[in-house]
Design a protein around this ligand. Structure first.
Ligand code: NI
Length: 221
């Protein structure tokens, strides 16, 4: 799934004017499933070795997983949303000048709880804005075999607690089913540490700060 596809879906939703009298009500529960892509900020993060800048930098690739949303409506405008997903695994690359190599991979879960406000449109196109909190936990951090053979070990990324903001829209297909597209920014900052030949000398402050794009099918209970 890419950004162009999501843009296309959002434009299609905007262009549609069929007036199904759709609205959410207090007590409604919505469950959604679909594709969620995490696209980290492409800025490079510098790596310190023994507390000194090494000239090496890190980047993190994007990854798409099964995304899940659970929502509870307090009234027709306000809802609380939980974003869950199967674990994301990102390739981590290391750069020296123009040279790039695959350094390893990290897996994480980024559960996010958001307050959502739906804007009244009186149509089956229902846009919303949201803000919330994210906790990202990293696990299974691992160097590639080349770096392991070169003496790199013990890669660890700290958990991150940060804010999230999003925009999205539902397109009601009927009373129960809808299509959903959303884009959110999550502030995820972590410190990566690692050992070289048994000494804990490597450190990098990584601003992952991803855009998170979801395309989902939803059901209202
Ligand atoms: Ni940040």
């Amino acid at each position: 799934m890419n950004k162009n596809l999501i843009s296309l879906v959002i434009i299609t939703l905007f262009a549609s004017n069929a007036a199904i009298a759709a609205s959410y009500q207090a007590g409604d529960i919505v469950v959604r499933a679909g594709a969620t892509m995490i696209d980290p900020d492409s800025d490079k993060s510098g790596i310190d070795l023994a507390s000194d800048p090494s000239g090496l930098t890190l980047t993190v690739d994007d990854n798409t997983q099964l995304g899940l949303n659970f929502m509870y409506f307090y009234d027709s405008n306000w809802a609380i949303e939980v974003l869950a997903a199967t674990p994301f695994t990102h390739d981590v690359n290391i750069q020296m000048g123009d040279e790039e190599a695959s350094l390893g991979e990290v897996t994480h879960l980024p559960p996010t709880v958001s307050a959502i406000y739906y804007i009244d449109t009186g149509t089956n196109f229902m846009p919303y804005v949201g803000a919330g909190l994210n906790y990202t936990i990293f696990f299974d951090e691992e160097f590639t075999s080349d770096f392991k053979d070169a003496g790199f070990s013990n890669l660890e990324l700290d958990g991150s607690f940060g804010l999230s903001v999003q925009v999205g829209a539902d397109y009601q297909l009927n009373d129960q089913w809808h299509l959903n597209a959303s884009a959110r920014y999550i502030d995820i900052d972590t410190e990566a540490t690692f050992d070289v030949e048994g000494d804990s000398v490597g450190k990098s402050d990584v601003d992952v700060d991803p855009m998170v794009f979801s395309l989902m099918l939803g059901y209202k209970f």
